[in-house]
Design a protein. Structure first.
Length: 107
């Protein structure tokens, strides 16, 4: 019974740590770029777009598709950076826990 109470205590502690980590991740920002930096997108840890910068040289008639593609690429680059940061923070928090490989945690 003592082991069960200890396990429950650790579970509550881990839940509190995950909550704190989620709050920390929500505050991070990552900037992705495309076209050699001509388009930059900044997103939050919640994947909300915070900023979009477009070099004026891209604002030409008949270049809409290129601009759209660059915005998407920059957003995806920023998203990948946020995901890497989230994975690193999760790995650090769960170090030493017997979590099966490939198990997705609740965020």
């Amino acid at each position: 019974m003592k082991d069960l109470l200890g396990l429950m205590g650790k579970a509550k502690e881990m839940q509190a740590k995950f909550q704190a980590m989620q709050e920390e991740i929500a505050t991070i920002e990552a900037t992705g770029q495309a076209g050699g930096g001509l388009v930059q997108v900044t997103i939050s840890g919640k994947f909300e777009m915070k900023a979009l910068k477009i070099d004026p040289s891209l604002l030409k008639e008949d270049e809409g598709e290129i601009l759209e593609d660059l915005i998407i690429a920059a957003h995806n680059d920023a998203k990948a950076k946020v995901e890497v940061t989230m994975q690193e923070k999760t790995k650090a928090l769960t170090a030493g826990l017997p979590i099966p490989p490939g198990m997705k945690l609740p965020f």
